[in-house]
Design a protein around this ligand. Structure first.
Ligand SMILES: *Cc1c(COP(=O)(O)O)cnc(C)c1O
Length: 408
């Protein structure tokens, strides 16, 4: 089982979901005069906004829908460029494409999040936003991202899909930029199978986000409000069963983060100081603790280590590395990207090539993800421990790491 939330499904989730089943109200809107209607989605939005310390939250069907909603709510569209790291889940990139904007790939640094030195090099007169991705639960260097954004008058959209519960300098990630997106799919900190959340403090942006996800309607509509719709939207609404499940998971989040920190510390302490083992840079100790990333001196050592313990380097693990995104590689923006529409771009053509980000390639070829809470071979984290691991299992894992490191 993949993410920590998914390991902890229990009575609370059952109770929340049963509440909805017994009420008969599966849609997020219901009869406000009926005490049976439980408002699970609306409650989730309120509790998540409170948890993140933002004014507004919209619950949606996925993290991908959340990202597209963020971009649309900010009015990012044809010809606009958005700077995004080349190490991320493809949804960060595809949501930009479907907003009819242009993803501009930036390098990562040894935190495995966006290299802030590379951001300024990628800014053009068309740049509208930066999308830092808090990869593997590690916050991006938000002070620097925000400083660059302010200097160049850019929006910041935080892709916090892998980092619900992480904080940066005392603030929850997702709450620092103009708008933040979260995912509730099964690989994330907390899960409802699928689902997404958007948070912001800006009322206008919130109303646009809400409308985009609900056919143009205003928040908390009562029935169909013809004549009240100011934008054209789609439908990415969350249903009550999902909302109920997510609510039970949200109430576990502090416990999940503290348990991951405790288990990660145990494992990290046991392998710290071993020759050849160094860890990725953490931009804040408030990271999620979902993974422990080892950086080896060379690609050869990293691959040798992986062969022994039965895993893959991040570079070789697939999905999240731009080099492996065959559906964008070799295609040229504006119109040959595989969109089902002709994008009316006026910007320069941008080609996505293998090895266009040499620093990213170098770091990822030396990086190995050890699972702490997210067990996902697609992320290169098929080896390690999980949130339920005992001290003995943590000890065994540390011994395997030490043995393999000594051999390479
Ligand atoms: C999981 C994820 C998403 C969105 O995922 P969904 O499966 O659509 O919920 C977006 N960005 C990143 C970095 C992710 O890891």
């Amino acid at each position: 089982m993949p993410g920590p939330g998914a390991f902890l499904i229990g009575e609370e989730e059952k109770k929340e979901v049963l509440d909805v089943l017994e009420s008969g109200y599966l849609f997020r809107y219901g009869n406000e005069d009926d005490p049976e209607f439980k408002h699970k989605v609306a409650t989730l939005e309120k509790e998540f906004a409170g948890y993140i310390e933002k004014e507004h939250c919209v619950a949606l069907t996925s993290g991908t829908a959340a990202l597209l909603t963020c971009l649309s709510a900010l009015g990012i569209g044809p010809g606009d460029e958005v700077i995004v790291p080349g190490y991320t889940f493809i949804a960060s990139i595809s949501s930009i494409i479907y907003a009819k904007a242009i993803p501009v790939l930036a390098e990562i640094d040894e935190s495995l999040t966006i290299d802030t030195d590379d951001i300024e090099k990628k800014i053009t007169e068309k740049t509208k936003a930066i999308m830092p991705v808090h990869m593997l639960g590690n916050p991006s260097d938000m002070d620097k991202v925000m400083k660059i954004a302010k200097k160049h008058n850019l929006y910041v959209i935080e892709d916090a899909c892998q980092a619900a519960g992480a904080s940066y300098k005392g603030r929850k990630v997702g709450s620092i930029g103009n708008i933040g997106a979260f995912s509730l799919n099964v690989f994330k900190t907390i899960s409802s199978g699928d689902g997404g959340l958007v948070v912001t403090d800006d009322k206008t942006v919130y109303e646009r986000a809400f409308g985009f996800h609900d056919q143009g309607h205003k928040p908390s509509r009562m029935g169909v409000e013809v004549g009240e719709r100011s934008i054209i939207g789609l439908n990415f609404r969350m249903n009550e069963l999902t909302g109920a499940f997510a609510l039970a998971q949200l109430r576990r989040i502090d416990n999940i983060i503290s348990t991951l920190h405790e288990k990660k510390k145990k494992l990290k302490d046991k392998i710290s100081g071993i020759e050849g083992i160094r860890f990725r840079k953490l931009n804040d100790s408030g990271e999620c603790g979902t993974l422990l990333t080892i950086l080896f001196e060379s690609k050869e050592k990293a691959e040798g280590f992986c062969k022994i313990v039965g895993t893959k380097t991040v570079y070789n693990s697939g999905w999240h590395v731009y080099n492996n995104m065959e559906n964008i590689l070799g295609k040229k923006m504006p119109t040959k990207i595989g969109c089902p529409f002709e994008c009316p771009f006026y910007g320069k053509e941008i080609e996505y090539r293998k090895h266009m980000l040499p620093k990213t390639d170098d770091i990822l070829s030396r990086a190995v993800n050890i699972s702490i809470g997210v067990v996902d071979p697609g992320l290169g984290a098929g080896f390690g421990i999980n949130i339920l691991s005992s001290d003995k299992e943590i000890d065994d894992c540390a011994k395997s790491i030490a043995r393999a490191a000594a051999e390479v």
